[in-house]
Design a protein around this ligand. Structure first.
Ligand code: ASP
Length: 444
């Protein structure tokens, strides 16, 4: 029997198919990657013979250590996994192998001209599997690298939950003396359309050429390989499943843009965290890595039942993603809505049980105003806290972090409505022109 990756000729009764054998444990078919790039499945019972045309040989990864260059700043690259650290095995077609950090970086020799690069593996995973425990690992690794004298840190990460992690790091790391830039990729690092190279190189240039200190994200600004956007840690969302410019600032502007060719950085945000403003940062830097585990987000939708809310009685915190200005289905305008009385009672019970309940909007843009519609007014009256213009995922991380680090409930509730790390935009204007600038145009 041939091995995955072997070039084979499969002889059937009436024809022969040539291509690379793809591993397939799920079904009882042979899967062959054709020259055209398409895969075909062939029922094993129909195969008369398989000839091996060429055996597949696994390539040895490149592991070269570049020399330390005195005078260059040091960037530590912490790897957590994600598409940026994955590759498609074109010979077998389907296998996603994971790059080792050294192997990944060997693909981007330009990085080593910008800085001395140290690299360290924190985890090898897709970001949809991240848990708060992983944030702790990242925080510990960042602390170690800062102690060891890094001038900046790039954290490579899967794109799916990158925005949650950037918010978690922003809350947990107080008085950061250096930049921590999260970088992901929508296409794996070995593809022609790969976006990792530009994102990594722009992040490294941003770190070495500016006085920024704090957490931010570096991803494609447009779908072209021309510039990267440096995005705010607590106000950025992945707004597209596959586009390379999927990450957009919501209710805020980007911090800066980095030109890929000229390496020039242009700041867009009026104010940003500067190293110069923190002369004692190294001394004052502190990590508070605790996150309360029992916190959740609940999205409102038509036809909700009380048990959907009361489920969270045993939780310490709940972010409700309400409709519009911050409503939940709690009103009884007619008989069909009778059950909404129970929804309201259920939320009240959850609050009475000690859960901190915060309201965000599923609208994405704009802020909640809980004094306009009666449903929201009634919720505010029983203690639901308005989440202002926070993304619900940022509010979720903030709530988990506050509950993990503070004991006083009143203090936690009051912090939820205050801007601590740029998560609430106090300058958010109600004019549409301002919103228009942050609204993405994503037709592709
Ligand atoms: N599912 C992947 C992840 O978030 C997608 C990516 O890396 O871009 O890890």
């Amino acid at each position: 029997m041939p091995n995955p990756g072997d070039k084979v000729k499969v002889i059937l009764k009436d024809r022969a198919i040539e291509g690379a054998l793809i591993p397939n444990e799920e079904t009882d078919s042979l899967v062959i990657k054709l020259k055209s790039g398409y895969n075909v499945g062939i029922e094993k019972s129909k195969v008369q013979k398989i000839e091996v045309l060429m055996e597949h040989k696994a390539k040895e990864p490149v592991r070269e250590k570049p020399k330390f260059k005195p005078g260059l700043p040091t960037i530590s690259i912490l790897h957590t996994g994600g598409t940026i650290a994955s590759k498609v095995d074109y010979e077998t077609g389907g296998v996603i192998a994971r790059f080792e950090p050294e192997e990944l970086l060997a693909n981007y020799p330009e990085l080593f001209k910008i800085a001395n690069i140290k690299s360290r593996l924190v985890s090898k995973m897709f970001s949809e599997d991240m848990r708060f425990g992983h944030y702790k690992l990242m925080i510990k690794a960042i602390e170690d690298e800062i102690k060891a004298g890094a001038d900046g840190i790039i954290l490579t990460h899967g794109t799916d939950t990158l925005g949650y992690t950037s918010a978690a790091l922003a809350f947990a790391l107080e008085n950061l003396p250096i930049p921590i830039i999260l970088v992901g990729a929508q296409r794996s690092s070995d593809r022609g359309s790969n976006d990792a190279a530009m994102n990594l190189i722009c992040a490294a240039n941003f770190i070495t050429k500016t006085d920024f200190a704090g957490v931010a994200i570096c991803m494609h600004e447009t779908s072209e390989d021309t510039s990267a956007a440096i995005l705010p840690a607590c106000k950025t969302r992945k707004l597209h499943t596959s586009r390379r410019d999927a990450f957009r600032a919501v209710n805020d502007t980007i911090i800066a843009k980095v030109d890929f060719k000229t390496h020039k950085v242009a700041f867009v945000a009026k104010g940003y965290e500067k190293k110069a403003a923190k002369p004692d940062a190294k001394k004052n830097f502190a990590a508070r890595p605790n996150f309360e585990e029992k916190v959740a987000i609940l999205k409102c939708h038509p036809n909700m039942f009380p048990e959907q809310f009361s489920f969270f009685k045993d939780y310490k915190g709940l972010v409700i993603e309400g409709t519009g200005l911050g409503q939940a289905p709690t009103g009884v305008p007619n008989e069909l809505c009778k059950i909404h009385e129970e929804n309201f009672k259920a939320i009240e019970e959850v609050i009475k049980s000690g859960t901190v309940v915060v309201m965000c909007s599923q609208c994405i843009f704009g802020k909640v105003h809980m004094h306009v519609y009666s449903n929201a007014i009634n919720l505010a009256n029983i203690g639901v806290i308005p989440g202002e213009d926070m993304l619900s995922e940022t509010a979720f991380i903030k709530l988990a972090w506050l509950l993990g680090n503070y004991n006083d409930k009143d203090e936690i509730k009051s912090f939820m409505g205050k801007n601590l790390r740029g998560e609430i935009n106090e300058r958010l204007l109600l004019d549409d022109a301002n919103l228009g600038r942050t609204l993405p145009s994503m037709k592709g």
